[in-house]
Design a protein around this ligand. Structure first.
Ligand code: ADP
Length: 488
């Protein structure tokens, strides 16, 4: 069990907890040895394959097809053919399919959650309590809009645009799929979606849900592969590209699409400011800071990776933060007690390591709580940097890992100026008890989402998207339908 520690004249508190292992069984998931491409409601054999692994122990999970150009073109042609049927369906019928998908996802949520953690490395408690409920909620929410489009956009004659090519990243594989597919289908479009190369398995399991829901064949097609497959999809005969991923690839896509007349929405990187004022509820703020950066190992485009603390409370905040970090349990993503799971891939681990070394070389002070990392797999201890200058790479570049940089400010004006001093503009957080200050700050922060006294909260009814190099276009809410509709 645990020792009791006596602090001052207060009651004794546990000095530390030792947790018995609580592994989630993987029996609920049955994987095929090899997966093909899901096109026209059928599985097509791929010509080439690669092995997808689990980042927790590098164990191979399945072979997945690397779709070539011809495969992508075929999938798009099939989606184009299916468009005439799907777009002509009564909207209330389309809604029924979406409701059905939502219900099946909820029913099979444990199976999906286990597979998500296995293939992507995120803690099971996050896949179980965040990714899966939100993915189902997205389908549920957009099902409700499917037959109400003319009320959402009155006197504008909203019509579907055709075939959407959708490319998603590896940090929230199923949730990003839901963000993309649900509004596209609700608006009457058909889809070709490419999951990220390291995390294709929940998208492939989702094909089974589509069959169970008896979605008309060809309405949703899934092609797997790496960036080459994504590039082929961008170039194919589609009407719209919806992309979530790095700013670098987003820029390349935009260059490629210039002059083609294809529509595009881009949800790219971020370097969010989490701003803590001296009048905030300190313990709650510390929870929010931890959730802001260590949730999903920091593999979150809107992660609160730059912490701005008002100078008068710098010491207590940093001290409380370090204490709290020491209680984070890092390890097996499938253990129900785990707070911080595995880094998604070797490549991502190398990138995090490189940036952390750059932070140390530039003169920032590093703190990592003592924690024993598993020997196999990809791991990085929760990390905080103090003594950070705004010019350091760790304060400028997106790390996409469990690494926080702490900076300070004195006045609200200074906080705004420093927070906006980044090429990105996806999200921000404010911690203060003053409502007027929240509104004053939110008006001035160049960020698509501003959280107040909370962080990393998502809801299908709320639009999400960026400014500046974080991209354009909104996903979620009524706004999320717009990119999938044309208006007269
Ligand atoms: P991350 O840094 O999150 O890995 P990427 O932008 O590299 O982000 O990847 C996001 C998605 O974009 C993945 O599905 C990836 O395969 C795809 N992708 C990578 N390169 C290209 C490209 N040149 N064109 C289209 N899609 C691409």
């Amino acid at each position: 069990m645990t020792d009791l520690e006596r602090r001052g004249d207060r009651s004794p508190v546990p000095a530390g907890w030792t947790y018995a292992p609580a592994p989630e069984s993987t029996e609920i998931v049955s994987l095929q040895e090899r997966y093909g491409l899901f096109v026209g409601g059928e599985w097509l054999e791929g010509a080439e394959h690669y092995t997808t692994i689990s980042p927790r122990d590098e164990a191979p999970l399945a072979e997945v097809a690397q779709a070539g150009e011809a495969d992508v073109h075929h999938a798009v042609a099939v989606a184009r053919e299916a468009f005439s049927t799907w777009s002509a369906l009564a909207p209330s019928e389309r809604a029924k399919y979406l409701f059905r998908i939502a219900r099946i996802l909820a029913e099979r949520s444990r199976e999906f959650a286990v597979l998500e953690s296995l293939n992507g490395g995120k803690p099971i408690k996050e896949s179980r309590d965040v990714d899966l409920p939100l993915a189902a909620a997205h389908f549920f929410y957009y099902a409700g809009w499917a037959d109400k489009l003319e009320y959402a956009f009155p006197n504008q004659d909203p019509r579907p645009i055709g075939v959407a090519g959708q490319i998603i990243p590896w940090n929230f594989p199923l949730l990003m799929l839901a963000w993309k597919i649900a509004p596209a289908l609700a608006a009457g479009n058909t889809v070709v979606l490419k999951p990220a190369e390291t995390t294709p398995l929940t998208a492939l399991l989702f094909c089974d849900v589509l069959r169970q829901a008896e979605l008309p064949p060809g309405t949703v097609n899934i092609v797997t592969g790496d960036g080459r497959t994504g590039a082929a999809l961008v170039d194919a005969d589609i009407d719209k590209v919806a992309f979530t991923g790095s700013t670098e690839v987003g820029k390349a896509i935009q260059r490629r699409l210039a002059g083609t007349g294809k529509r595009v929405t881009l949800e790219l990187g971020g370097k969010a400011a989490n701003i803590v004022f001296d009048d905030c509820a300190l313990d709650q703020a510390v929870e929010g800071i931890v959730n802001g950066i260590y949730f999903n190992q920091g593999h979150v485009c809107c992660a609160g990776s730059r912490l701005f603390v008002q100078e008068s409370i710098y010491e207590p905040v940093v001290e409380k933060l370090k204490r709290r970090m020491a209680t984070l349990r890092v390890g097996d993503p499938l253990d129900k007690n785990t707070d911080v799971g595995a880094i998604n891939s070797r490549m991502q681990l190398d990138r995090i390591t490189e940036l952390v070394e750059a932070g140390q070389a530039e003169g920032a002070e590093i703190y990592q709580p003592p924690c024993r990392l598993p020997e196999r797999g990809y791991w990085f201890a929760p990390t905080v940097f103090t003594n950070v200058a705004q010019s350091y790479r760790i304060a400028q570049e997106e790390i996409f890992g469990p690494v926080l940089s702490v900076l300070t400010f004195r006045t609200p004006d200074e906080a705004v100026e420093k927070a906006n001093n980044t090429p990105y503009g996806l999200s921000a957080g404010i911690w203060t008890e003053k409502g007027s200050r929240i509104l004053w700050m939110a008006e001035r922060l160049r960020a698509g989402v501003v959280w107040a006294n909370t962080f990393n909260r998502f809801d299908p009814t709320s639009p999400f998207g960026g400014y500046k190099e974080s991209g354009f276009g909104r996903e979620g809410g009524r706004h999320g339908l717009e990119p999938y509709l044309s208006f007269s």
